[in-house]
Every structure is written in C-alpha cells, then in structure tokens.
Design a protein around this ligand. Structure first.
Ligand SMILES: Nc1ncnc2c1ncn2[C@@H]1O[C@H](COP(=O)(O)OP(=O)(O)OP(=O)(O)O)[C@@H](O)[C@H]1O
Ligand SMILES: [Mg+2]
Length: 258
C-alpha cells in the first residue's frame, strides 16, 4: 500500500505578538500514513496533536520540514493542486457544538462546501446532500433545522456529512468523540469505520483515549511534548510498548465498553 501522506521532520512553532517564540508545539516529527488505513495519534493534552492536524490542513504553517500528499509537497502546489487539496483533505473536530455555524440550516451547512469547491448543478448538489445524509444515518427531514435542534451525536453525524460531502481521500478526525457520551461514542466510531470502507477513506484519528484508539486504529503514533516518541501497529503498541511514556499512557487509561 502506498503512502497518501508523508510528514517529514515537521516543526511547528507558535510566536507571540512581538515575534518571540512561545512554544514548539510539533518538534521534528516524521511519519507516513498509508492509503486506506486508520492511523491514530495519541498523547496527552497539549502534546501537539491538533497543531499537527492544522499543519496538514494548512491552518498553521511549519517553521521547517515538509508534508507530502500523494508524493507532492502541500506547500509547493501548482494552481490546480492548490484548488484540489481542500477537497482531498477534510476535518471533523472535537466539539460538534462549536464546529457547526448555529445560524445556518443543515441544508446550507452541507451545501456550503459544494458551493465553494464545485460547480455542480442545483439538482446534483441536492442529490449529494441526500446521499451523504443517508450515509451518516440521517434523512432529508433535518435539512430545514438548525444545529441547536440536535443532540451531540446527531450534530457529529452532520459534521461528518459536511466533511465527507466532497468525497475527500483523507479525513482528519480530531478527537471526534471526546465530547460525546460513551454510548454515543461507540455509534460514531462505528459509523466512521463503516464510512471508511464504503468511501475508500484514509483516516488520521486523533485521540487521547487509548481504548478508542485500540478499537479503531491500524497503526498508532504516540506523541509527547511535540515529539513522536513511538510508532507501531495497534496490537504491538498495546502488547509490546517500547517507550516508558507509552507504558505510562497505557497504564493510566481507563477502560471503555465498546
Ligand atoms: N494558537 C496558539 N498559540 C500559542 N500556543 C498554542 C496555540 N495553539 C496551541 N498552542 C500550544 O501548543 C501546544 C500544542 O497544542 P495542541 O492544541 O496542538 O495540543 P493537543 O495535543 O491537540 O492538545 P489537546 O489534547 O488538549 O487537544 C500546547 O502547549 C498549546 O498550548
Ligand atoms: Mg487537540
């Protein structure tokens, strides 16, 4: 299987207003994500997981290093690649309450990515919206409603639908179930696994919850203070952790019933 994404010696730093370095959030990180896999990034709060995902989606820019998508640097794209890239890489965020615009109806939330990135006809857009709602377990009856009219789990389904409506190749799910109740967590995780198969997705799954990761991931990277300290396939990470920090993380993780 080829690599869809290659992170090469990536360093991301935040600077204060007077340009003094505040923090090195991602520190010389290298790893690859293979096409079709679920790669999980784990590590405690503040270790740089979200910053890394923001670098992949170009919301922050690295101080050094590179990110290759399908073999090409994302920081050096030709005009048409630049236009295609946002369609290829989409994100689902932790908090479905703040990631959906409360003033927009669900129809507009789902139509917006199509309006921005495609020139499909009205009818085509409508059909795509119906299809993606069906894929995430909802119906057209939600289209005229607003985000506040839904439960957290349903909102996360809508956020997933919005992320997948452009049929991306890579989905970055940044703590997609951390804000949800345990029973709902399992539903959303299973939905993501089903959609991954159905839509040939590759997923970067970010979570501090190792039980969730054990259930979803093919391979796992462990981050600690901005560095990737260990990486392995999921069974080896759990059964034969090499680094002291990974062992500590495994021991401190409560059990979840999935
Ligand atoms: N905009 C910013 N400006 C300055 N520092 C930031 C900014 N965003 C994040 N940081 C810092 O960078 C480090 C990495 O943060 P990041 O959000 O990437 O961690 P995380 O692993 O996603 O944490 P969490 O599990 O809490 O979501 C932290 O020390 C954080 O305080
Ligand atoms: Mg985060």
């Amino acid at each position: 299987m080829g690599n869809i994404l290659e992170i090469k010696n990536l360093t991301v730093e935040y600077f204060s207003g007077n340009n003094e370095k505040v923090i090195r959030a991602v520190d010389n990180v290298s790893f690859c994500i293979k096409s079709g896999e679920i790669y999980a990034l784990a590590g405690e709060s503040g270790c740089g997981k979200s910053t890394l995902s923001k670098a992949i989606t170009k919301l922050v820019f690295p101080s050094s290093g590179d990110i290759l998508f399908e073999g090409k640097s994302i920081f050096n794209q030709k005009k048409d690649q630049k236009k295609e890239y946002p369609k290829c890489v989409q994100m689902v965020f932790q908090n479905p309450y703040s990631s959906l615009n409360p003033k927009m109806k669900i129809n507009d939330i789902l139509k917006e990515p199509l309006d921005i990135n495609t020139s499909f006809s009205k009818i085509h857009k409508k059909a795509l919206i119906s299809n993606i709602l069906d894929d995430v377990g909802l119906t057209d009856s939600v289209l005229e409603l607003y985000p506040h009219e839904f439960s957290g789990g349903q909102r996360q389904r809508i956020a997933i639908a919005r992320a997948l409506i452009l049929q991306p190749k890579l989905l970055i799910a940044d703590e997609p179930v951390s804000a949800l109740d345990a029973s709902i967590q399992a539903q959303i995780i299973n939905l993501l696994k089903d959609l991954k198969e159905k839509m040939n997705l590759t997923i970067l799954f970010i979570s501090h919850d190792l039980n969730v990761i054990r259930y979803v991931a093919d391979r796992v990277g462990i981050m600690y203070f901005g560095k990737l300290v260990e990486e392995n396939n999921v069974s080896d990470i759990f059964n034969f952790p090499k680094e002291e920090y990974t062992k500590t993380l495994l021991h401190s993780s409560p059990k979840l019933a999935i």
